[in-house]
Design a protein around this ligand. Structure first.
Ligand SMILES: [Zn+2]
Length: 243
């Protein structure tokens, strides 16, 4: 009677150990999916902030070009006004000074024109960069959305598996005597995985920690009068039935 009871407990404990290992794997997969989803979000954020900085730069350059245009108009007006003075020149010396100043003004206008053109070229180049980046981002966003959808589906499937395993676990635990479950839980919290393992009856080792067991211990497991734990790793041991 006792032997039957222990054998039954061992069977339940083996199931419980398998369920717990499956749950641990599922939870690990869930964590991976959550971190992958975060990575996707961050990559989208990085792209957006790059685009934002390009747009900001364009705005700055546009303002700069606008300012230069205004300055250029003023300089041109100044140059025109200056040219009108030509008629009031009285001496060679004045003429010389007039020519020098006119050259200087013309030089300034021309330099300003060059700068304004270069700035407008930069704005144009930025426009190209921005629309290219926007195009890239559209594709990227589509791609990321697709990836996220797959991850969400995977996540849902894992959640379903977890719920299924938890229900199985609940049933298994309720079939075990409380003190046996307590013992299992204590060992499980230490070893984390493979809480219940087989003992290799040929090689006389524990398949959890691969340390040796004695022949006497093997016989104790086979007699099934009580639960036998590995002396090294404390895992609950069982022996596979010979076919
Ligand atoms: Zn062991």
């Amino acid at each position: 009677m006792q032997t039957e009871r222990i054998k039954e407990q061992i069977e339940l404990l083996r199931n419980l150990s398998e369920i717990d290992d499956t749950l641990a794997d599922l939870n690990l997969r869930l964590e991976t999916i959550v971190s992958k989803k975060n990575e996707l979000k961050n990559s989208l954020k990085d792209n957006l902030s790059l685009l934002e900085s390009l747009r900001k730069k364009r705005k700055e350059l546009e303002l700069e070009a606008h300012r230069m245009e205004k300055e250029l108009k003023e300089k041109e007006k100044e140059l025109e006004g200056f040219a009108a003075k030509f008629h009031s020149l009285k001496s060679n010396r004045e003429y010389q000074q007039f020519k020098e100043q006119q050259e200087k003004l013309r030089g300034e206008v021309s330099a300003l024109e060059d700068k304004a053109i270069a700035t407008l070229d930069s704005v144009e180049q930025l426009e190209i960069d921005i629309s290219r980046k926007e195009e890239e981002m559209k594709k990227e966003e589509e791609n990321l959305k697709q990836q996220e959808k797959h991850l969400c589906e995977e996540e849902e499937a894992i959640q379903r598996d977890i719920a299924y395993e938890q229900e199985k676990r609940r049933k298994t635990v309720s079939a075990l005597p409380p003190e046996v479950f307590k013992k299992y839980s204590r060992i499980h919290s230490k070893v984390k995985k493979k809480t219940v393992v087989s003992a290799d009856r040929e090689r006389l080792i524990c398949n959890g920690c691969f340390m040796s067991i004695t022949l006497q211990e093997l016989n104790e497991i086979l007699r099934a009068e009580e639960l036998v734990c590995c002396r090294q790793c404390n895992r609950i041991l069982f022996v596979e039935e010979k076919l």
